[in-house]
Design a protein. Structure first.
Length: 99
């Protein structure tokens, strides 16, 4: 009960983002998507030396955290940053690092 009063909603959100960012492959995907509008899953598979199933799991982690979003454009999935949550993550990390 006591920890509920100590931990803010922003801290919970920031922890979720940080956990999703906690792997170099995911950081690569986020960096790539921050530099271009979107990317197709097949293109990511060609760029990264990992199995498609492993890439899918990394994309799922980023999607579940709300950092990216995917749109099905059969037979591919187009991934983009979730701009609203990306901005929120940037602001929350800046607040933490500037304090």
């Amino acid at each position: 009960m006591k920890s509920e009063k100590v931990i803010s909603e922003n801290q919970k959100i920031l922890a979720r983002f940080a956990k999703a960012m906690g792997h170099p492959i995911r950081m690569y995907v986020l960096e790539l998507l921050s530099k271009q509008m979107c990317c197709y899953s097949g293109d990511l598979t060609d760029m990264l030396p990992i199995a498609k199933s492993t890439l899918s799991q990394h994309l799922k982690e980023l999607r579940d955290a709300g950092l990216i979003q995917g749109e099905i454009e059969a037979p591919k999935i187009r991934y983009c940053l979730n701009q609203e949550n990306w901005k929120l993550a940037r602001n929350l990390f800046n607040e933490l690092l500037d304090s």
